[in-house]
Write a protein of this length. Structure first.
Length: 584
């Protein structure tokens, strides 16, 4: 498995942090910042809507004031004789008063383009760029009479006059009623300037609809809707089309990028405004991209700065890593001699050099302890070959010869020779389990000759583990304790059992007897790592050898038995082949 560079890891961390920062920045812009800007845009649109409402009210109030002024001046211009005929007599004084009444309309108010007074008999006075009077507008009177307008008047988008004010436009119409008699005798018609009128400087993203109290569409900022409306002829046809447009606008479902507002003015008119937020959102997206680009540039600059700092800090660590990798495995590394600063990295390198010095001391100490361990094992091996066993065996051979049992003496001599030959094992520390069992059996045969009346034995070993290697003379201390401390004190026939088998990759060896038994506390004291007395020295040496060989993988347990003593040795771990042999 290849090694990954510390620099790459740090760069990966920086890149990950940069991506997280960029995503977080985008999330903030797309969430909170976006919401705040949309709210501000809505407030701005509300402010513009209010300006629109005020402008419309001012515009309509101007038209209404203009009509009232014309009617007021008209009443003051007519005398009693005129009131009898309900038409102005053709005399100079009356014409001048009417002319000045119409002319003052353009002087006092902004917005009117044309103004006309029409009597019921079709006679009219007209003022625009020119002033003239005439008759023949009875058809227009009939059209206006059909509207049944109130004294407040009405707004029209089309007037069908023959000689004046014909065609499409924005017209304010109000009935003319004589003050003295209260009789309506005609109409005052005012044509307003649409360019300086209701929807000046309207944003293309906003569509405004202005409806009269009768839901007649007076004006809209949507040219297509306005053209379709003006294509209708007749008041009723336009009213029907206007009401259809009103229902469509007010009942339509608007998406998240559209804002709909509806306002009823004091004069009963309704203003419907549909605002498209798409351009605002697009502008916001451009701002987001700009901010994101700036953030990306800042992050690139930061990464360059971090890269420079990273090279400064990582360089001594890389030198140390290269130095360690170039050191051969079979030799201990010496102190690192590279250049470094007196900072955290310098403290790391200094401690590394100190650790190397300690490792060298420990290495020397381990070698010395290993040598001592081998010497100890050798001494333990010698301790197992106790002189009294040799003396007792030779004494038994002598007695057999004196008794004339030469064949038995010869057999015992051969067993004793075979025992010591196998025990020495050419100086090797380990033997196969099969050989260890054979050596133990020779020892038991010799002891059987000495104690034929009280000792018997049984040996069992699975074929699958006969080739496993264990330290030599592992079993003899346990068998010896079983004979001398278990069976012999009772003075009766006893049996020593030695069993070896494999259980779930764990080699288990049991040495048991049916003798006097062993106290659990004394057993724990004998096999413990901290020896407190000389009692049970043989068990302690046995346990210590196994700990030196296997460490924590080996356990020695005193099993519960109905009689006698049963000691279980368990060595766990994978079994592998070493030099063609199976070992633990």
């Amino acid at each position: 498995m290849g090694r990954s560079s510390l620099t790459k890891k740090v760069w990966l961390l920086i890149l990950t942090g940069s991506v997280v920062l960029a995503v977080s920045l985008y999330a903030v812009l797309n969430g909170y910042y976006r919401r705040v800007l949309l709210q501000n845009a809505e407030k701005q649109f509300e402010y513009e809507d209010q300006l629109c409402y005020d402008h419309i009210e001012t515009y309509t109030a101007t038209a209404n004031s203009c009509l009232n002024t014309v009617i007021l001046h008209l009443n003051s211009a007519m005398d009693a004789s005129d009131l009898q005929n309900h038409i102005p007599r053709e005399r100079t004084a009356t014409q001048k008063k009417i002319y000045h009444a119409l002319l003052n309309t353009f002087k006092m108010f902004r917005g009117p383009l044309e103004v006309a007074i029409i009597w019921d008999n079709g006679k009219f006075f007209y003022q625009s760029s020119d002033y003239f009077m005439g008759d023949g507008e009875k058809e227009l009177i009939q059209q206006l009479d059909c509207l049944n307008m109130s004294s407040k008047g009405i707004w029209l988008t089309q007037v069908g006059g023959e000689k004046l004010m014909s065609g499409n436009g924005l017209y304010a119409v109000k009935p003319y009623t004589e003050i003295e008699t209260g009789i309506r005798t005609g109409y005052v018609i005012l044509k307003m300037d649409e360019k300086a009128g209701i929807f000046t400087n309207t944003d293309r993203s906003r569509t405004i609809y202005l409806f009269s109290p009768e839901e007649m569409l007076i004006q809209t900022s949507d040219p297509s809707v306005q053209d379709h409306l003006l294509a209708e002829t007749g008041y009723q046809a336009r009213l029907a089309r206007s009401q259809a447009i009103y229902r469509q606008v007010t009942t339509q479902k608007y998406g998240e990028e559209e804002l709909f507002t509806q306002k009823k003015l004091k004069n009963g008119w309704q203003v419907l405004i549909v605002t498209s937020l798409r351009e605002t959102v697009q502008s916001l997206n451009k701002t987001q991209l700009l901010v994101f680009a700036i953030a990306a540039l800042v992050m690139c600059g930061m990464m360059c700065a971090v890269g420079s700092c990273l090279h400064y800090f990582v360089r001594p660590i890389r030198q140390l890593s290269t130095y360690i990798l170039n050191t051969r495995e079979e030799e201990l590394p010496t102190a690192f001699q590279g250049t470094y600063q007196q900072d955290e990295v310098g403290v790391l390198i200094e401690n590394f050099n100190q650790m190397l010095e300690k490792n060298q001391l420990l290495f020397v100490r381990v070698i010395e302890e290993e040598q001592k361990r081998k010497e100890l094992e050798f001494s333990l091996l010698q301790a197992q070959i106790k002189p009294h066993f040799l003396y007792n065996a030779l004494d038994a051979i002598y007695c057999l010869n004196e008794m004339g049992r030469c064949k038995e003496a010869s057999s015992m001599t051969k067993l004793l020779s075979e025992y010591y030959r196998r025990a020495l094992n050419n100086g090797l520390e380990k033997v196969t389990l099969k050989k260890e069992m054979e050596l133990t059996e020779i020892y038991l045969q010799i002891q059987s000759v000495r104690y034929p009346s009280i000792l018997s034995y049984r040996m069992e070993c699975e074929k699958s583990i006969e080739a496993f290697e264990i330290p030599k003379l592992t079993l003899q201390p346990l068998v010896e304790n079983a004979i001398y401390h278990g069976i012999k004190p009772l003075g009766r026939k006893g049996t020593v059992t030695v069993q070896a088998w494999l259980e779930q990759e764990t080699v288990k060896i049991r040495v048991a007897d049916n003798g006097a038994g062993l106290n659990a506390g004394l057993f724990e004291q004998c096999v413990s790592k901290e020896r407190g007395s000389e009692k049970g020295y043989g068990l302690f040496n046995f346990a210590e050898r196994l700990r030196l060989c296997y460490g924590d993988k080996c356990t020695i347990t005193l099993e519960q038995a109905d009689e006698g003593t049963s000691i279980l040795i368990a060595v766990c771990g994978s079994l592998r082949a070493v030099n063609g042999k199976e070992t633990l």
